[in-house]
Write a protein that binds this ligand. Structure first.
Ligand SMILES: Nc1ncnc2c1ncn2[C@@H]1O[C@H](COP(=O)(O)OP(=O)(O)O)[C@@H](O)[C@H]1O
Ligand SMILES: [Mg+2]
Length: 339
């Protein structure tokens, strides 16, 4: 019971850690280094033991004539050597484990720095792009309001305005992704996940209706998770938007939230175009879009699911996507319940 509590706390700490990815990489490297050291220790100790055993036997054969006494002396000396070797190896393993952990962190540091630099660059660039985009938007809107403008000009300004909106949304998403480390600093509170999902589904009602898609809400279990409301809303919205965008007219979307022991499992199933098996492992990567939806009018810039993935990870949850081309996609999210 106590161990379970500690392991829970440890997992919470690990999943809550800002640099979870690096922490796991560090643990993995430590494990590999330790395995190499242990292998070397075991082989050298075995070699040492075999050679010592042979030497002892030869020496005692010469020195002790009495058979029983000799056997006893050999046994006692052997036992002592085994004990010393085990103790010595145990001390060395603990010491080398600590050293491996330290070395792993040292080796990963340059990669961490480069990644942080790149993230900072993306964050700064997307932040700085917001102002000119906002100015362009206002200019376009103002020129559209002017009297006596030609139809061609109006069409051009309208189309520019749409592109500016798309670009602004993309810049916002990029900013969100590059600042995801800040998610944890945002307010976390007990959230009734089913309710949040219900609200998002409701707000997507008209979008679905426009495409004649039937939206059904199944079982919605109660229970809360420790989360950030805005991020969780963003997460559901991105998944729902995908389900609607990639389901042809007349399709079906089903959502549910079920309790499973101390977890809540949310499922969003659609009867849409599905994802090809070769695309499936990549859909959570930033800017990844399956070939068949590229150039399609609807949909976004390929950042939606990477944002979902970040939010799920930062809430200690898991994301699982199953899909069959031309049959549909099922997105499952699992979160640890806290109440
Ligand atoms: N429900 C779905 N049905 C079919 N394809 C999907 C679905 N959800 C995501 N995808 C595929 O995964 C890609 C990445 O999704 P996402 O990150 O949200 O980007 P996008 O901005 O293109 O929607 C999409 O371009 C699409 O190819
Ligand atoms: Mg999307």
């Amino acid at each position: 019971m106590m161990a379970k509590n500690y392991s829970k706390q440890f997992m919470a700490w690990v999943t809550g850690s800002k640099n979870k990815l690096f922490f796991w990489a560090q643990l993995k490297l430590t494990f590999f280094y330790s395995m190499i050291i242990i292998a070397i220790l075991v082989v050298s100790s075995l070699g040492l033991y075999v050679s010592l055993k042979k030497n002892i036997k030869e020496t005692y054969n010469d020195k002790i004539k009495d058979h029983i006494l000799r056997q006893e002396a050999i046994q006692v000396t052997n036992d002592r050597i085994v004990n010393d070797l085990i103790l010595g190896n145990a001390v060395l393993i603990v010491f080398s484990g600590g050293l491996s952990f330290f070395l792993a962190s040292k080796n990963l540091r340059p990669i961490k720095k480069v990644l942080e630099k790149q993230k900072r660059f993306t964050a700064d660039a997307s932040h700085d792009l917001r102002t000119p985009l906002a100015i362009m938007k206002t200019d376009c809107e103002l020129s559209l309001k002017k009297k006596g403008i030609s139809k061609d000009f109006k069409d051009l300004a309208q189309s520019n305005l749409e592109e500016i909106d798309r670009m602004s949304a993309m810049v916002d998403q990029l900013l969100f992704l590059s600042r995801n480390n800040g998610i944890l600093n945002q307010q976390m509170e007990p959230i009734h996940l089913g309710k949040v999902m219900d609200e998002i589904v409701l707000s997507c009602g008209s979008l679905a209706q426009n495409k004649n898609i039937s939206l059904t809400v199944g079982e919605i279990a109660s229970g809360s998770i420790n989360g950030n409301r805005l991020n969780l809303e963003k997460m559901f919205l991105n998944i729902m938007k995908n389900a609607i965008d990639y389901t042809p007219d007349g399709g079906k979307i089903e959502v549910s939230a079920k309790k499973n022991k101390d977890k809540i499992e949310v499922s969003i199933k659609d009867t849409g175009i599905g994802i090809d098996p070769e695309d499936l492992p990549h859909v959570t990567e930033a800017f990844y879009k399956a070939d068949k939806v590229r150039g399609q009018e609807n949909g976004g810039s390929g950042l939606g699911l990477s944002i979902v993935n970040e939010i799920v990870r930062n809430h200690g949850g898991t994301l699982h996507i199953e899909s069959k081309p031309n049959q549909g996609t099922s997105v499952s999210l699992t979160f640890p319940l806290t109440g």
